[in-house]
Write a protein that binds this ligand. Structure first.
Ligand SMILES: [Zn+2]
Ligand SMILES: [Zn+2]
Length: 212
């Protein structure tokens, strides 16, 4: 596959590192994966939220989870906008969907690259509990350089889809007041009982309180 790959410049890397909080190789790998996915689809970074959806396969509390922050920064698919979906599989792939055309691409860091990680000093130190921001820059910087400059097809494999199945969920713009706690709750999360609206916790209470 011939791809005109977007170059990640020093300014973007620095901004992404600021957002992420420290320097590590996994976040830049996600940054590059996100750009590569947009390059393959020929789409711009998400602004509103509905135009792109990213599905990430990393889970919680495992190495290289930082990958997702790079994906978010590159693609504009974020938790807040609701266009970043986590499907925790303990893998490092991202699938980017162009919702207009339903074309999608899954970008997967290659096995050889990810398995190498486990034997690198960086990861050994991390596994020993050394926080990433305390690591010697001489250990981290070459890894970042490597992940950003190695030809993309040695770092990632890509798989494209012409009609990716996904459910479009409309944004809800109304809310009600819970009859019990008095807090505001988005209508799609509220439940009506005996002509009154309840939030989840208060509904549970209402359903489990016996009438005495
Ligand atoms: Zn990190
Ligand atoms: Zn309530």
């Amino acid at each position: 596959m011939v791809i005109q790959e977007t170059r990640i410049d020093a300014e973007e890397l620095a901004a992404a590192q600021y957002f992420h909080g420290h320097k590590c190789p996994a976040m830049p790998q996600g940054l590059r994966a996100g750009h590569l996915a947009m390059d393959v689809l020929g789409v711009e970074r998400a602004r509103g939220g509905g135009e792109l959806i990213a599905i990430v396969e990393t889970g919680e509390h495992h190495f290289s989870g930082c990958f997702v922050d790079g994906v978010m920064f590159a693609t504009g698919c974020t938790v807040g906008k609701g266009n970043l979906i986590r499907k925790p599989l303990g893998k490092f792939a991202v699938t980017l969907i162009d919702t207009k055309t339903r074309r999608a691409v899954r970008v997967v860091p290659r096995y050889e690259r990810m398995s190498q990680c486990l034997t690198m000093d960086f990861f050994k130190l991390r596994a020993q509990g050394v926080p990433p921001y305390e690591l010697d820059p001489n250990v981290v910087e070459p890894l970042i350089e490597d992940v950003l400059t190695t030809p993309w097809d040695q770092v990632f494999s890509v798989q494209t889809f012409d009609d990716y199945p996904y459910d479009k969920v409309p944004e809800v713009f109304d809310a009600v007041q819970c009859a019990h706690c008095g807090e505001l709750v988005v209508t799609s999360y509220a439940v009506r009982l005996n002509d009154q609206w309840y939030c989840g916790p208060c509904l549970d209470e209402a359903l489990h309180t016996s009438s005495r």
